[in-house]
Design a protein around this ligand. Structure first.
Ligand code: NAD
Ligand code: SER
Length: 316
């Protein structure tokens, strides 16, 4: 029987992944943790603990007491916020991963999932259809920490046979929990402001294309990867995963089809330089070949669902 620990369950991904994993493995077998309270659905629907992942003794206690077999480690400081506090963010992103990997080694856990990001790429990477294996020279604190993290996953896999799995998520778009301080957050904020204010002040330029993905595709991809046959996995450090590539202007035009009076203006800030260093689209042929992933949502379908769901939240 699998016993799963989620670290960072209150965040944009954790708030949805925890619930999906509980459906598959049973509520009592998925122990949700975060440094802050999560939604009532998570805190009341199964085991929940306040846990700081940097506290390695406490983490060790929670894992051994609950007889955990797999960890999904989602806690991190994302790209935009990490630029404001570089050293603290590096410490959180790196020390937390090393705590989890060491624990996995000592307690011989079955699997570890830790998300990487498109931020591992940098200005010298081919930007269009970025390949799985390519030049990686990130120039952001977050990207440097994700690339280092990828190397550590590969190291623990080869040296200690820990079954580490990872996805280089694109920007994730969802309506359940607001985004956590990244550069792709504009593509979530825009929906809230469209509904609440009828206008959006965008922090990226109108023609900045970035790789994105609707959350249901990301959750399905994550679970598929964790269930895949270990012997088929050839990219232990992190799989490229492709969803939808679009610019703020394209997203604006798509929202306007539903809300003709919606207005946007562009005031790029420090996050523009981060976006400019990232790919515009991703080649995920290795993920397709190794474990058969294909995204199901396009821009039109995602926009329709986002508007419908955020409207519901606005009136409740
Ligand atoms: P988020 O910021 O929404 O959530 C992170 C969660 O971690 C928060 O609930 C936070 O309280 C928690 N946390 C922070 N410090 C902690 C600590 N010391 N101990 C315990 N919990 C702590 O982030 P997210 O968007 O859900 O991202 C999850 C992971 O996926 C991160 O590793 C992120 O880098 C990666 N990722 C996310 C995206 C995206 O678009 N959301 C894209 C690529 C990669
Ligand atoms: N969405 C994330 C960010 O912008 C990408 O990892 O930080």
């Amino acid at each position: 029987m699998e016993r799963i620990l989620i670290i960072g369950c209150a965040g944009q991904i954790g708030s949805e992944l925890t619930l999906e994993l509980r459906k598959i493995y049973g509520n009592s077998n998925v122990i949700a943790t975060d440094i802050k309270p999560a939604s009532n659905e998570i805190m009341e629907g199964g085991p929940f603990e306040i846990l700081d992942v940097l506290d390695s003794n406490r983490l060790f206690g929670t894992v051994s007491r609950n007889k955990v077999t797999q960890i999904y480690h989602l806690a991190a400081i994302l790209s935009g916020n990490a630029e404001k506090k570089p050293i603290a963010s590096w410490n959180i992103n790196m020390s937390s991963l090393l705590n989890v990997l060491e624990l996995a080694r000592e307690l011989e856990l079955k699997k570890v999932f830790w998300p990487s990001s498109i931020a591992v790429f940098g200005p010298t990477t081919p930007m269009i259809n970025t390949p799985q294996f390519t030049v990686m020279e990130p120039n952001t604190v977050y990207g440097i920490s994700k690339l280092a993290g990828e190397r550590w996953l590969e190291y623990y896999y080869r040296k200690f046979n820990i079954d580490c799995r990872s996805i280089r998520y694109p920007g994730l778009i969802s309506y359940k929990t607001e985004a956590g301080g990244g550069t792709t957050d504009y593509a979530v904020e825009i929906f809230y402001d469209a509904i609440r204010k009828g206008s959006y002040n965008c922090f990226l330029e109108k023609n900045t294309f970035l790789p994105m993905m609707f959350m249901p595709d990301a959750i399905r991809g994550t679970i598929n990867l964790m269930e895949a046959d270990s012997s088929k996995l050839t990219a232990r450090a992190g799989y490229n995963l492709s969803g939808i590539s679009f610019s703020p202007n394209e997203l604006y035009m798509e929202i306007k089809k539903h809300m003709p009076d919606f207005k946007i203006n562009y005031n790029p800030d420090y996050r523009q330089a981060i976006a400019d260093s990232w790919p515009t689209s991703i080649d995920d042929s290795v993920a397709r070949k190794d474990w058969g992933f294909t995204a199901q949502y396009d821009l039109a379908k995602m926009t329709e669902i986002m508007l419908k769901e955020i409207k519901k939240k606005a009136v409740t």
